[in-house]
Write a protein that binds this ligand. Structure first.
Ligand SMILES: Cc1cc2nc3c(=O)[nH]c(=O)nc-3n(C[C@H](O)[C@H](O)[C@H](O)COP(=O)(O)OP(=O)(O)OC[C@H]3O[C@@H](n4cnc5c(N)ncnc54)[C@H](O)[C@@H]3O)c2cc1C
Length: 332
């Protein structure tokens, strides 16, 4: 009740926009480009990572339109410039509270100001889970990756390791095994968490070797690139080093959707549910795109594609709402 009162007071003092976009990754910026061109005058809040996950990697080789590849930072700067040139109002700020119970929707930014919006496009992405060791950060993009589809190509004919025991880790290992000379899977427990089908695929791939009961203590390197792993067997406590050219951390992803908990339908892992073939959530006027709703593909190009869909869905929602409003006025 107390919060509801604060929300009501804030609503009288809030700025009002047609289309609010949350997130500044490929999904958010693509939604902004389309929304701006549809004259929705979008306002986009960047959160703490302007440019999104791609700013954490080096070379992007699989985004169409860049025949020679491009760095993640440069590509996301291009996204930003294009969205700004077309009229997106890009602002620093983190959405920390929302009320989607009535329209216009109410959102709070940095716990200090609020905004009202007719439509909201959620493009808050996801974060890869990391081991949390210093050497992982040091060699991120230089032998440490969280995405085999993105970076596997760079390790053709080389030796790599995949850390993880679930379906994603097994899938990444099988994917890498097609192009790498040898793939080690580093599994903490004495068994996989992956489905039987995936375990079967791993066991039947001759260049994958699974090291059970094994933990990664340190990622070793020569100051420039990864050269190996320092491993410990958690049963015998014996330490060993493994020479590798790259390591893929596949221990899961976490969607950045905590702020929407209780307001929108989500799956058990926190990914926002959208209606098949659309970006519509269970709240009319609230749309979700990119990795925040996609635990399967998790690519920049799919994020951008769903960003485009979200802007089109928002534009059609507004057009229909205006039509219904005009109809009801003319009937009176
Ligand atoms: C190391 C690494 C390498 C990768 N390499 C490739 C590659 O080579 N090719 C490829 O296609 N894909 C690659 N990916 C995957 C790709 O980065 C993602 O699929 C893509 O970035 C998802 O885009 P997104 O817009 O959904 O979310 P993100 O890029 O995650 O962006 C989310 C945005 O939301 C903002 N945000 C979050 N919460 C809030 C909030 N409450 N309020 C305001 N803003 C908020 C963040 O600040 C950020 O700007 C890689 C990923 C990683 C981690």
């Amino acid at each position: 009740m107390f919060f509801r009162c604060i929300i009501l007071i804030n609503q009288y003092m809030s700025e009002y926009v047609k289309c609010l976009i949350i997130g500044a990754g490929p999904a958010g910026y693509t939604a902004a480009i389309y929304a701006a061109r549809a004259d929705l005058k979008p306002v986009l809040y960047t959160g703490v990572l302007d440019g999104g996950q791609l700013t954490q990697t080096t070379e992007i080789e699989n985004y169409p339109g860049y025949p020679d590849g491009i760095t993640g930072l440069a590509m996301m700067e291009n996204f930003r410039r294009q969205a700004a040139r077309l009229g997106t109002d890009i602002r620093a700020g983190f959405i920390n509270r929302v009320d989607f119970n009535s329209t216009p929707f109410w959102l709070e930014i940095d716990s200090e100001r609020s905004i009202l919006a007719d439509t909201v496009i959620i493009a808050t992405g996801a974060s890869a889970k990391w081991l949390g060791i210093n050497s992982e950060t040091k060699y991120s993009g230089f032998g440490v990756s969280a995405c085999a589809i993105c970076d596997g190509f760079f390790y053709k004919g080389q030796v790599v390791a995949v850390v993880g025991a679930g379906d994603t880790a097994a899938e990444e290992a099988c994917f890498l095994a097609k192009m790498c000379r040898k793939v080690y899977m580093i599994v903490r427990r004495n068994q996989f968490r992956a489905s039987k089908a995936m375990v079967h695929r791993v066991s039947n791939t001759c260049n994958i070797e699974v090291l059970f009961n094994t933990e990664t203590e340190e990622i070793l390197g020569d100051g420039l690139n990864v050269t190996g792993l320092l491993l410990v067997n958690n049963q015998t406590k014996a330490k060993s080093t493994l020479s590798i050219d790259g390591v893929f951390i596949a221990i899961g992803h976490k969607p950045n959707t905590e702020v929407f908990e209780g307001c929108l339908d989500m799956n058990d892992a926190g990914y926002i549910k959208t209606m098949p073939g659309t970006t519509c959530t269970n709240v009319a006027g609230v749309f979700c795109c990119g990795d925040a709703q996609d635990h399967v593909y998790r690519q920049a190009v799919t994020a951008a594609g769903t960003g485009c869909m979200a802007a089109i869905d928002a534009e059609r929602h507004l057009a229909n709402s205006n039509f219904i409003l005009k109809e009801s006025i003319s009937l009176k």
